[in-house]
Design a protein around this ligand. Structure first.
Ligand code: ARG
Ligand code: ZN
Length: 869
C-alpha cells in the first residue's frame, strides 16, 4: 500500500486527552488506554467510521462511554485497524490490550533491552502499544501510569513531570507522569529499569531550574559526563542563538543498547542508542565524542523544532529533521572549528547523500509517496534538508533568519505544520519570493552546475549552466534557485575586488538554466566557486592543476581548499584507473603540494588532516563508470602507500612531534591526534606494501596499542596493524579479551576486522558472524559487521566470486525476520547495483532477487527500487 502526500486529509477525530495505564508483567504487558475523542470540525465530510491504528495487539476489552462493545456489531478489527462504525461526536473510548515486549525484536513500540523496558514510537511504533490515531497531526495530552516489580524496575519514567508514585501489593510499585504539552503519539516514551543516574541542574534564561537526569546501566555511570556537559551547552546555545528555552521541570536521557537509530527526541524523555550518549576516553574515540555532542544537541533542539512545532504528516519529516540537523551543525560549528565542521558536513553530504540522490533510492526532501515511512529517514531528508535550511539562512542573512524562526515558533507553537509553513515565515519576514526556491523540497536529484569562463580585453565572463539529471519517476526537472558564493583570485591567490566597493566575495543567485556574469579584471583569475558550499550541487569546472594548487595553498575558504585537494586526488586516481599510469607517476605532481600543506599543518592540525587524507574507495568508485571495485582499491591503496613512502620523513616527524605527554580531550588535542593518526596510517600503508621497514613501523604503531592513552590511539593502532598485515602478535585476541564487557568497544573490534580490504575479508566476516559475541538482535553489532562490510569495504563486498553478495543476501533474509527496519536500511547497501561492471551486477542482482519473495514491506520497498521493479 502506497501513502501519498496528495491524499492528505485532516484527522476525522481528535484526541484531546490520553490516559495510559501500563502494567508490566513477566511475559506480557497489559495496556489500558482511555482516550477522549471528539470530531474534528475541520473535516467537513464527517466520516461515519472511527478508524484507529493497532498492530500486534491482542484486544482484551473495549468500552465506549462505559458501555462494553461487542466485536462484529460495535466494532471490527480490519488488519492493522480498529473500526468503530457510527461513532458519536464526543465520547470516551477505553481499550485493554495485551502485548509481549519480550518478543519484540523489531525494536518498535514497547520492547526490552538488557533487562529494561523502553519504547521507540517514531514513526509508527505507538500503534504497537495501543489503538490510537497514529499520525503526527493528532496532538494529545498524555497522563501515563506505569506498574512494575519494584526490585527489578525501581525506576519508572515517562514524558512530562512526575505527579504520583507509590507501593503496590506483591513487591510492586507504580508511578504516574503527566505531560502538560499536547503531543503526537510518536513522541510518547516509557522506560522501566534498574539504572544509574547522573544528575545536574540547568537554570534557564528566565531563571527556572530544570533537573537534568541521564540514565544508563550502572556499569556505564562513568560514561555520562560528556553527554551532560554537551546537554548543558546545547541548552544555553539554543537560548542564545534561537531564543528557545526549555519548558518542563525535568529533562531526561536514557541510554539503551538495542536501538534502531541514533536517538529519539521523546518529550522530556529522550532515548538514546548507547553509541550516541556514552563516552569515556578509555573506551570512546574522538570521532564518537564529537558524535555524542552533536546527537545530544540534536535531540535536545527537537524540543522546539519537532515537539513544540511538529509535522502535519510524515511527508514533512524534513521540516523537523532538516531544520534540526542545521541547528546541530551550527551548534557544533560554534563549539569547535567552524571550517573543519563545515568540511566534515560537506564531505558527508557529497560522499553519501549525493550517491543516494543519484541512484535508485533518490527521492525529494519532501517525498510525494512512500510504502514504509521508515525507509525515508534518509540522508536526503536529514542532510540535504539541512542544506536547504542553510541556503535560506544565507539568502535572508542571520538577523532576518532569526526573525523568521521566531515567527515560525510563535505562530505554530502547539501545531502540526508543513515545510510550506516554514518557508512562508522566511518569505514574510524578508519579503523574498521563494516560490522557485521551494522546488528544492519537491524535486529529487543532485543539480549539476557547469561553469565555463573566458577572459578577453579586461573582461572576465563566467557562464553557469544548471541541469538536474533525471531520477526514478521524475524525468523532467525544473531550474532551481541556487545561491553561488564566489570570489576571484589573482596569480598570488589574493582575492580581486569585484566591484567599486572592493568587495572580495559575492553571492550570485541563479534562477535560469543558463546565466552569464561578467567582471572587469586586470588579469585572468582563478575562480573560487561555491564558497562555503553555498548550495548542495555538483560543480563542474575544468580547473587547471595550477589553479587547484593556488586554491589549496591560498584560498581563505575552508571548503574550497578541501575541494581543491579532493580534485587533485581524484585526478591522480583517474590517471591510474583510466590511463594506466602508476601510483609513482603521480608523485612528482602531488608531493610538492602535500608538502606545502604539511608545512602549515600546525596552524590547524584537524584541517590539515582533512586536506591530506585521500578520498574513500566509495567516493572514487562513484566517479568511474562502470564501477570496478578491485581496480579502485588497487589505485587508492597504491597511491596511499606511494605517498606514505615518498613523504615518510614528514610522516615520521609529524607522528613524533604530535605525540602527547598525557591524554587531553579538548578540541586542539583531538585535532593533533587526528593528524598524527593520519601520518601513522600513511606509514603503515607504505610498510604494508613493503616500501618501508615493516618491523620499524610496526614497532612504533604497536606502542600506541600496548600502552594506550585513549581509545582513539589504541583502536587506530590496531586498525593500522590489522589492515596492513603488520605484526599483530595476538593483539586482536588481546583486545577482545580486554574489552569483552564493553559492547561499544567490541563493535569497534568487529568493525576493524570487517573493514580489512580485499575479498578474503568475506570469509573473515563469516567467521565474525559465527563469533559467540555476535548477536543478530543487536543493531549496533549487525551494523559493525554487515554494515561495515557492505557500505565501507567495497573490495570485499564486491568480491569477484560473489561471496560478499551471498553473505549480504543471507544476512538480509535473516534480519528481515528479526528487525525489518534494520534489514531495509542495510539493503540500501546494494544501491550501486546498476553502476557495477556486468559480471558483478549480474551476481548482486540475482542474490537480491532471490530474497525478494516473502520480504517484509520495509525490505521489499528497498529491494524493488534497487532492482528497478
Ligand atoms: N527523530 C529521530 C531523530 O532524531 C529519529 C527516529 C527515527 N526512528 C525510526 N524508526 N525511523 O532523528
Ligand atoms: Zn532528528
Amino acid at each position: 500500500p502506497v501513502t501519498r502526500l496528495a491524499d492528505y486529509q485532516p484527522p476525522a477525530w481528535l484526541v484531546p486527552d490520553t490516559t495510559l495505564d501500563v502494567d508490566l508483567r513477566d511475559g506480557h504487558t497489559l495496556v489500558t488506554a482511555r482516550l477522549t475523542l471528539r470530531r474534528n470540525p475541520e473535516r467537513a465530510d464527517k466520516p461515519e467510521d472511527l478508524v484507529l491504528d493497532g498492530e500486534h495487539l491482542e484486544l482484551r476489552s473495549l468500552t465506549l462511554d462505559g458501555r462494553e462493545l461487542n466485536p462484529g456489531d460495535d466494532y471490527r478489527l480490519d488488519g492493522p485497524r480498529l473500526v468503530i462504525p457510527g461513532a458519536p461526536d464526543h465520547f470516551t473510548l477505553t481499550s485493554v490490550v495485551r502485548i509481549e515486549p519480550e518478543n519484540n525484536t523489531a525494536l518498535e513500540g514497547l520492547y526490552r533491552s538488557n533487562g529494561m523496558y523502553c519504547t521507540q514510537c517514531e514513526a509508527e511504533g505507538f500503534r504497537r502499544i495501543t489503538f490510537f490515531p497514529d499520525r503526527p497531526d493528532v496532538l494529545s495530552r498524555f497522563t501515563t501510569t506505569i506498574h512494575a516489580d519494584k526490585s527489578a524496575y525501581p525506576l519508572l519514567l515517562s514524558n512530562g513531570n512526575p505527579v504520583d508514585a507509590g507501593e503496590e501489593q506483591g513487591g510492586r510499585h507504580y508511578a504516574t507522569w503527566e505531560d502538560p504539552f499536547p503531543k503526537p503519539c510518536y513522541l510518547f516514551a516509557l522506560v522501566a529499569g534498574d539504572l544509574a543516574c547522573l544528575s545536574d541542574t540547568f537554570i534557564t534564561a528566565s531563571g527556572r531550574e530544570v533537573a537534568l537526569r541521564l540514565y544508563a546501566e550502572h556499569r556505564d555511570l562513568d560514561k555520562l559526563d560528556h553527554a551532560m556537559d554537551s546537554l548543558k551547552r546545547a541548552m544555553a546555545w539554543d537560548e542564545r542563538v534561537f531564543g528557545r528555552e526549555y519548558d518542563l521541570d525535568i529533562f531526561q536521557i536514557v541510554a539503551v543498547s538495542h536501538f534502531n537509530m541514533g536517538a529519539m527526541e521523546n518529550k522530556g524523555l529522550n532515548i538514546f542508542n548507547t553509541s550516541c550518549v556514552l563516552a569515556h576516553p578509555d573506551t570512546t574515540t574522538d570521532a564518537a565524542f564529537e558524535r555524542v555532542e552533536s546527537v545530544v544537541a540534536h535531540e535536545y533542539f527537537h524540543n522546539w523544532s519537532g515537539n513544540r512545532v511538529t509535522c502535519r504528516d510524515w511527508f514533512q519529516l524534513s521540516l523537523k529533521e532538516g531544520f534540526t540537523v542545521f541547528r546541530d551543525q551550527e551548534f557544533s560549528s560554534d563549539m569547535n572549528s567552524r571550517a573543519v565542521v563545515r568540511v566534515e558536513n560537506v564531505d558527508f553530504l557529497v560522499n553519501h547523500q549525493f550517491p543516494e540522490d543519484q541512484g535508485p533510492m533518490a527521492h525529494p526532501v519532501r517525498p510525494a509517496a512512500y510504502q514504509k515511512i521508515d525507509n525515508f529517514y534518509t540522508l536526503t531528508v536529514y542532510e540535504k534538508g539541512a542544506e536547504i535550511v542553510r541556503m535560506q539562512h544565507e539568502l535572508l542573512g542571520a538577523d532576518d533568519f532569526r526573525r523568521a524562526t521566531d515567527l515560525y515558533f510563535e505562530r505554530f507553537d502547539g501545531q502540526a505544520v508543513t515545510c510550506d509553513d516554514f518557508v512562508a515565515c522566511m518569505e514574510e519576514v524578508s519579503g523574498l519570493d521563494l516560490a522557485q526556491f521551494k522546488r528544492w523540497y519537491s524535486q529529487a536529484g543532485t543539480p549539476v552546475l557547469t561553469v565555463t569562463d573566458d577572459y578577453r580585453d579586461g573582461e572576465y565572463r563566467l557562464t553557469i549552466e544548471q541541469h538536474t539529471p533525471a531520477t526514478p519517476g521524475e524525468p523532467d526537472k525544473q531550474p532551481l534557485m541556487i545561491p553561488v558564493k564566489l570570489a576571484l583570485l589573482d596569480g598570488q591567490g589574493r582575492p580581486l575586488p569585484l566591484d567599486d566597493q572592493g568587495r572580495a566575495e559575492t553571492v550570485v543567485i541563479l534562477r535560469e538554466t543558463r546565466e552569464a556574469l561578467s567582471f572587469q579584471l586586470p588579469e585572468r583569475p582563478t575562480p573560487s566557486l561555491l564558497r562555503g558550499f553555498s548550495a548542495p550541487v555538483s560543480l563542474r569546472y575544468d580547473f587547471s592543476e595550477e589553479q587547484l594548487v593556488t586554491l589549496l595553498a591560498h584560498d581563505t575558504d575552508g571548503f574550497c581548499r578541501w575541494d581543491a585537494a579532493q580534485r587533485l586526488y581524484f585526478a591522480a586516481l583517474a590517471r591510474i584507473i583510466d590511463d594506466g599510469e602508476s601510483a609513482a607517476d603521480q608523485l612528482p605532481r602531488l608531493t610538492p603540494v602535500l608538502e606545502r600543506v604539511i608545512a602549515r599543518a600546525d596552524e590547524d592540525p584537524a584541517q590539515a588532516a582533512l586536506l591530506l587524507g585521500l578520498p574513500t574507495e566509495n567516493a572514487v568508485g562513484d566517479r568511474h563508470t562502470p564501477l570496478r571495485p578491485q581496480s579502485v582499491h588497487q589505485a587508492v591503496s597504491g597511491l596511499r602507500a606511494a605517498i606514505g613512502e615518498a613523504l615518510a620523513e614528514h610522516w615520521w616527524r609529524l607522528a613524533k612531534d604530535l605525540e602527547a605527554d598525557a591524554y587531553q580531550g579538548d578540541g586542539a588535542a583531538m585535532g593533533r591526534r587526528r593528524l598524527r593518526r593520519l601520518a601513522i596510517a600513511y606509514l603503515a600503508a607504505a610498510a604494508g606494501q613493503g616500501a618501508l621497514d615493516a618491523d620499524q613501523v610496526a614497532d612504533y604503531v604497536a606502542r600506541d596499542f600496548d600502552q594506550p592513552d585513549c581509545m582513539t590511539n589504541a583502536l587506530g593502532a590496531l586498525r593500522d596493524l590489522v589492515h596492513n598485515g603488520l605484526a599483530q602478535n595476538g593483539r586482536l585476541e588481546a583486545f577482545a579479551e580486554r574489552w569483552a564487557d564493553e559492547p561499544l568497544v567490541m563493535d569497534q573490534w568487529f568493525a576493524v576486522q570487517a573493514s580489512v580490504p580485499g575479498p578474503d575479508t568475506v570469509a573473515r566476516a563469516e567467521g565474525l558472524l559465527a563469533h559467540p559475541a555476535f548477536e543478530w538482535t543487536l543493531p549496533n553489532r549487525v551494523r559493525a559487521v554487515v554494515g561495515t562490510l557492505v557500505n565501507g569495504n567495497p573490495s570485499a563486498f564486491h568480491a569477484p566470486d560473489g561471496s560478499g553478495y551471498a553473505l549480504f543476501a543471507r544476512a538480509l533474509k535473516k534480519l528481515d525476520g528479526i528487525n525489518p527496519q534494520i534489514a531495509a536500511r542495510l539493503a540500501s547497501g546494494g544501491a550501486r547495483l546498476k553502476r557495477l561492471e556486468p559480471a558483478l551486477a549480474d551476481q548482486l542482482g540475482a542474490a537480491l532477487r532471490d530474497i525478494r519473495p516473502g520480504a517484509s514491506a520495509n525490505l521489499a520497498e528497498v529491494l524493488d527500487r534497487i532492482l528497478g521493479a
